[in-house]
Design a protein around this ligand. Sequence first.
Ligand SMILES: *[C@@H]1O[C@H](CO)[C@@H](O)[C@H](O)[C@H]1NC(C)=O
Ligand SMILES: *[C@@H]1O[C@H](CO)[C@@H](O)[C@H](O)[C@H]1NC(C)=O
Ligand SMILES: *[C@@H]1O[C@H](CO)[C@@H](O)[C@H](O)[C@H]1NC(C)=O
Ligand SMILES: *[C@@H]1O[C@H](CO)[C@@H](O)[C@H](O)[C@H]1NC(C)=O
Ligand SMILES: *[C@@H]1O[C@H](CO)[C@@H](O)[C@H](O)[C@H]1NC(C)=O
Ligand SMILES: *[C@@H]1O[C@H](CO)[C@@H](O)[C@H](O)[C@H]1NC(C)=O
Ligand SMILES: *[C@@H]1O[C@H](CO)[C@@H](O)[C@H](O)[C@H]1NC(C)=O
Length: 375
Amino acid sequence: MVTQRLALLVFLTVVNFPFDQGEIISSKPQGVRAAYWPSFTGYPASEIDTSYFSHVYYAFVLPSPTTYALEIMPNDVENLLEFSNASTRWTQSANTMLSIGGGGGGALPGTFSQMASDQYSRTTFINSTIKVARDYNFDGVDLDWEFPSNDNDMSNLGLLFKEWFEAIEYEANVTGRPRLILTSAVYYASNISVDGGPQSYPIEAITQYIDWISPMCFDYHGSWENFTGLHAALYDPNTDLSTDFDIGTWNRAGVPTQKIVMCLPLYGRTWSLADPHVTTVGARTVGTVPGSGLLVYSEVIDFNRENNSTVVFDNTMVSYYSYSGDSWISYDDVRSIELKVRYAQSQALGGYFFWALGQDLDWAISSAASETWLD
Ligand SMILES: *[C@@H]1O[C@H](CO)[C@@H](O)[C@H](O)[C@H]1NC(C)=O
Ligand SMILES: *[C@@H]1O[C@H](CO)[C@@H](O)[C@H](O)[C@H]1NC(C)=O
Ligand SMILES: *[C@@H]1O[C@H](CO)[C@@H](O)[C@H](O)[C@H]1NC(C)=O
Ligand SMILES: *[C@@H]1O[C@H](CO)[C@@H](O)[C@H](O)[C@H]1NC(C)=O
Ligand SMILES: *[C@@H]1O[C@H](CO)[C@@H](O)[C@H](O)[C@H]1NC(C)=O
Ligand SMILES: *[C@@H]1O[C@H](CO)[C@@H](O)[C@H](O)[C@H]1NC(C)=O
Ligand SMILES: *[C@@H]1O[C@H](CO)[C@@H](O)[C@H](O)[C@H]1NC(C)=O
């Protein structure tokens, strides 16, 4: 009865105010507030506080290098069960995404390249992603191919996206279930220049078939270079290595801004200064301590506290660095994260995602981002 009256009310509302829905239903899109759960770190999925996230990504499962179907090993089964069990107990419901691939390197990029090059292996792969996603109650699937590296890879990726979308739409039609969400983590810019190049991502296929892409706007600098740098700068007046520039490449290439989800790192990159008295961005470095080049956010904060680090907010590049002795760390903190989320909103982006869960300190960063986005 209550349901009937509610339905009637909704019906009347729509009929009476067809052009005025903005006042009835909030016109503000909820957007994507996502984070990846690295299944291999031991951080319990049951501890994820989903009040801060709309989408949680399971990272990662892999395709077989010979059949191209997803290869679910016994330890994958254990992690997938942990994740899906935990997801039913989260205090606030969040969409769950099965992410395929990752930055493991090795043979993986070649496996993706071969899988995408042939229609039969694409279909095998696609069908298995749907099966695994449904078996473990995911709401969507995500491709993290790091990276397609030549023109063939890019055009095959376009075919893969098209056939994948058609397959998930077909499956939804046949089963009557909501269509799986289809997303992809991509290189930070819309063109890649690894194997010669530049090669452009298949922009039309992305626009037509992918719900959103997640450009990996981080690791612009690291201990592989012999100078300090802000590894996830929002702006950089001197180079093209910044989130603002990279989001712009996707936008100018024609991807609608609502389909771009911006990356926020929950980790820092570290160096050893060549001269402890020269501590600026761009200072000479000689090595990788602390943390062999990488510290997660909670470790950065511990390090800074215990070592009385000097903390600098770079107002121009919108990121943080800290130094103590010869240690130098690039990272993000609450203020830079809030400004980055404001930036994402000013560009009408679809949302943001974190790499990775388990690296925050008492949800300081996750909650700041979420509160800023929903504010
Ligand atoms: C599911 O999670 C609950 C609570 O965390 C736990 O007690 C139970 O053993 C889990 N079940 C499985 C099958 O992992
Ligand atoms: C993939 O799934 C579709 C739809 O269920 C089916 O028709 C097709 O034969 C499958 N192909 C492969 C290679 O598994
Ligand atoms: C699924 O159903 C929709 C709506 O009926 C239709 O437009 C679409 O073509 C169908 N897609 C597939 C792949 O069957
Ligand atoms: C990206 O690459 C395409 C060719 O694949 C080229 O036409 C385009 O100008 C490039 N865009 C940028 C921003 O370099
Ligand atoms: C820093 O690295 C670059 C390129 O790897 C090299 O050309 C340069 O000599 C190095 N500078 C110093 C001071 O080691
Ligand atoms: C403080 O710095 C020293 C020397 O770099 C390091 O070994 C130690 O782990 C740091 N403390 C913390 C809490 O990270
Ligand atoms: C940090 O500062 C405190 C208080 O000034 C001092 O006791 C401590 O020794 C300092 N630690 C380091 C690693 O410099």
